[in-house]
Write a protein that binds this ligand. Structure first.
Ligand code: ATP
Ligand code: MG
Length: 123
């Protein structure tokens, strides 16, 4: 399994969400975060500035998928949806994940991230 974390511009939230829905990703965590990249939060050079880093508001997506192919697909659509070409477009981190557990059923790994089986009706 692979976990993809993507930090993107706030205004790209809807575009990225729609793009992920479009490739049938069905589990997403989104958070509002603050951060800075290599420009330390500045969108342009401030002459003589000695100020510390500025944290800018961003949106973070977290997605867990089962295979390297899926991970690449997710990376591709996020790149496409989040891109403007200006500094601050964001970053994508991808790493291998050891475990996933569906709390309701106790299913682990691959089974835990497939669409869940319906709960049997009680009669
Ligand atoms: N090395 C990093 N570690 C953790 N988070 C990072 C890192 N680099 C960037 N981020 C996060 O991604 C957000 C956007 O980063 P940003 O796109 O500015 O990266 P960059 O490397 O400066 O690229 P660019 O030159 O295109 O601006 C940051 O606000 C921060 O939340
Ligand atoms: Mg930057």
């Amino acid at each position: 399994m692979f976990k993809i974390e993507a930090i993107v511009r706030e205004e790209k939230l809807e575009d990225v969400k729609e793009a992920l829905f479009g490739i049938e990703v069905r589990g997403i965590t989104v958070s509002q975060v603050m951060g800075c990249g290599t420009q330390m939060g500045y969108t342009h050079k401030v002459r003589g500035s000695v100020s510390a880093m500025t944290m800018l508001p961003k949106v973070k997506f977290e997605i867990v998928v089962s295979t390297p192919n899926w991970a690449q697909k997710v990376i591709n659509v996020i790149r496409e949806a989040a891109w403007t070409g200006e500094v601050g477009d964001g970053k994508i981190f991808c790493y291998e994940l050891d475990r996933a557990i569906r709390i309701r059923t106790g299913e682990e790994g691959f089974m835990a991230i497939q669409p869940g089986a319906p709960t049997p009706a009680k009669d």
